[in-house]
Design a protein around this ligand. Structure first.
Ligand code: BTN
Length: 325
């Protein structure tokens, strides 16, 4: 760990407190000049650090830049690696690369301020501009077959639900299979991808990609997303106050717990607004009406076709819309 990284870790841990250069130098076993150099470099990166000749250094309480140092502070299990990037094409792509090439352990994550080619389900793109949302991908190494991965996907939705409720005090709704909604708009999408052993079908690793919108700028939102996509907050300022590093850390903590339990959580059933409704199913480019009955214990959605026939739908097979009442 570099001096700069260790100083950032201490500043984040003691945010708002005055830390003397001398004490920092002593704690890190370096010179005061090295501390000053590191602080200067952090300020150049945009960290609001106040410094006075005799007053020491203070990271302003409002500082909210993403960093691996700050995220790690909030992680319960710190054995994974954390990568924070200014911009990547897709955090899922980066996480898959890290899992394959660096054998990154479970709980490792890639976070980005923005994505140039964010990916959604069914080959769609995911709008991921800067200062709007959290874009993160977590590596998991679950035991089991690809056929069990639907539960993993539902775990991710529950993890986001729990973290947002705890940190932001907002109670989201879940749309089968793993979109999260607030006030009728989609605020979070999840893309779970897995790499399997071709012969055994066992999962080698999975990457859970989460895109959570804190605030959506209507003026710049692509037209096709207007009225469909929203944010947790309607004001930019309010959204800017959410401690992003804390929220990311909490999502990862909840995800690790939910994935460990490996079963459909009651929250997933309770917060899901699809069962009990007429829905439109889009399958192989054809749209049909059906009735959504319930979520099965393996995460599939039990539906009744207009013919009366019942079927359990799996993730990836279909896209689904609520029917206008
Ligand atoms: C969907 O709603 O279709 C799923 C969207 C998933 C978006 C997230 S953002 C972080 C991660 N990286 C990606 O490229 N996609 C996921």
């Amino acid at each position: 760990m570099t001096v700069k990284s260790r100083i950032l870790e201490i500043l984040e841990r003691k945010k708002g407190q005055v830390l003397s250069g001398e004490a920092l130098a002593e704690e890190l076993g370096c010179t005061r000049a090295a501390v000053w150099k590191a602080v200067k470099s952090l300020r150049e990166e945009g960290y609001p650090i106040e410094a006075g000749s005799n007053r020491g250094y203070t990271l302003c309480p409002g500082s909210n830049l993403l960093s691996q140092e700050a995220i790690r502070l909030h992680l319960k299990n710190k054995t994974g690696s954390v990568w924070v990037c200014r911009e990547v094409s897709s955090t899922n792509q980066e996480a898959k690369r890290a899992a394959l090439e660096e054998n990154a352990p479970a709980g490792s994550l890639v976070v980005a301020n923005s994505q140039s080619a964010g990916r959604g389900r069914r080959g769609r793109y995911f709008y991921s501009p800067e200062k709007s949302g959290l874009y993160m991908s977590v590596i998991l190494r679950p035991e089991g077959k690809i056929s069990d991965s639907l539960v993993l996907t539902t775990s991710a939705a529950v993890a986001v639900y729990r973290a947002v409720e705890k940190i932001c005090g907002i109670s989201l709704e879940i749309k089968w299979v793993n979109d999260l909604y607030f006030q009728g708009k989609k605020v979070c999408g999840i893309l779970t991808e897995a790499v399997t052993d071709f012969e055994s079908g066992d999962i080698e690793f999975a990457v859970v990609g989460i895109g959570l919108n804190l605030y959506v700028e209507k003026e710049t939102l692509p037209k096709e997303l207007l009225g469909i996509v929203g944010g947790l907050y309607s004001g930019k300022e309010e959204a800017g106050k959410v401690d992003k590093n804390l929220l990311i850390g909490e999502i990862v903590n909840c995800l690790m717990e939910e994935a460990e339990r490996n079963e459909i959580s009651e929250i997933y059933i309770e917060r899901n607004f699809i069962p009990g409704n007429k829905i439109l199913i889009c399958e192989e480019n054809k749209i049909r009406e059906a009735y959504a009955e319930k979520i099965c214990s393996d995460g599939r959605l039990l539906i009744q076709e207009k013919s009366g026939e019942k079927r359990a739908l799996s993730y990836g097979e279909v896209s689904l819309k609520m029917q206008e009442k």
